[in-house]
Each structure stands twice: as C-alpha cells, then as structure tokens.
Design a protein around this ligand. Structure first.
Ligand code: AMP
Length: 213
C-alpha cells in the first residue's frame, strides 16, 4: 500500500503516518525527519536544508526529489510506504508520479488531514519534539510521561525553531501557495481522501483505517 499524507504543517499528519506505518507494517518516510537527521549529522545536505527550514521555506525540489525517489526504491519499500511531508509542490508530485510510472506502479491513496489555519497556530505552539529520535509530543494532547523528556529515548524535548509562532505563519503561507494545489492534483488522479483532522487523534486514525481497509 503506497500512501501520501497531505495537510498543513501541524495538521497531525506525522502522528497519523507513524500509526499507519505501524499498523500496515510499511516504512514511514518523512522528508522533514530526513533533513533534520542530516542537520544533526552536519552533512552538506543538512547545511543547505537548514537555511530554508529555519525561515519556514521549502527546501528546493532539486535537493528533495532524488532523495525520496532513492528511498522508495529501497528493499523495505517493496510492500509500500507512507510518505509524510512529501510531495509538497507540484513538481515534486510529478517527479514521484514519473518515478513510479517507470516501475509500472502508482500511489494508492493521498489522505488529506484537514485542519483550519486558526487551529494550526494554536497547536504548533504546544508542539514539542525530540531532536534525537524524531518523536513528537504536544503539551496538552500528547504529553510525554515526564515533562520535557522524550518517552522513547530520554532526551530533552524542544520547541523546534520552525514551530515558533513567527515561522508557523510563514509555513502556512507557503503551504497554501505551494502545497495546497496537490489536493486538486490527487483529486484528479482519483486517489484523494479527506479526513477531519480537528477530531481527537484516535478518531482521525479510525477514519483513516476505514479508508485503507
Ligand atoms: P516537516 O517536519 O514535514 O514539517 O518539515 C519541516 C521542514 O522541512 C519544512 O518546513 C521544509 O522546510 C522542509 N521540508 C520537509 N519536507 C519537504 C519537502 N517535501 N519539500 C521541501 N521542503 C521540505
């Protein structure tokens, strides 16, 4: 099963993507996580990506597309994968469609987790992330067992630079301008499904499971 998660930053698509990956035993591929891992390891890609990420801008397509095309070609993706944060632009979607076409394959579902902007800004300021293992929490809706500490690896939780209020607004503008057109792209492809992302997390997941079967 090959799934794309769509939705504004902070709509909860990462949380849902992880659960889908667990339930259907497919890899969770988050371009944001890949870039953050590169930043942490001080790679050239990380250095370039950070300049854009810190400003709430998208990393250029030429640094992003090949990375994902290579990743989905790996052995663990044979039975499918769930993409979280990719594609984010029409050229990225086209690169993905072309890469899969060459293999005689196509995406099965694009799931849009729909949340209005005003909810997003509130949510993001409460988000906390572990920069070591990539786990994410929310001070109200998904608190860690011990405040400020990652349940999974024990590292300190932080408010990511790109989750700070001034950057969130910029990311939302970028989302509407560059990523929202993908909703029509996948509607035309006949694989778009929308879920109401304002519901409690478990209800959003139940809705997704109903779609995926
Ligand atoms: P995320 O964790 O998915 O919210 O991504 C964090 C940041 O990484 C974004 O604000 C972008 O700067 C960058 N990023 C992640 N995925 C992409 C992508 N597919 N295309 C361009 N930039 C991306």
């Amino acid at each position: 099963m090959k799934i794309i998660m769509l939705g504004a930053p902070g709509a909860g698509k990462g949380t849902q993507a992880k659960q889908i990956a667990g339930k259907y035993s497919i890899p969770h591929i988050s371009t944001g996580d890949i870039f953050r891992a590169n930043i942490k390891n001080g790679t050239e890609l990380g250095k370039k990506a950070k300049e854009y990420m810190d400003q709430g801008l998208l990393v250029p397509d030429e640094l992003t597309c090949d990375l994902v095309v290579d990743r989905i070609g790996q052995d663990d993706c044979k039975n499918g994968f769930v993409l979280d944060g990719f594609p984010r632009t029409i050229p990225q979607a086209e690169a993905l469609t072309d890469a899969l076409n060459k293999l005689g394959e196509k995406m099965d579902y694009a799931i849009d987790v729909d949340v209005p902007d005003e909810n997003i800004v509130k949510r993001m300021s409460g988000r906390r992330a572990c920069l070591d293992c990539g786990a994410t929490y929310h001070v109200v809706s998904i608190p860690p067992k011990k405040e400020g500490i990652c349940d999974a690896c024990g590292s300190k939780l932080v408010l990511r630079d790109d989750d700070k209020p001034e950057t969130v607004q910029k990311r939302l503008d970028v989302y509407h301008e560059q990523t929202q057109p993908l909703i029509d792209y996948y509607k035309e492809a006949g694989i778009l499904k929308s879920v109401d992302g304002t519901q409690p997390m478990e209800d959003v997941f139940a809705e997704i499971v109903k779609i995926l079967g």
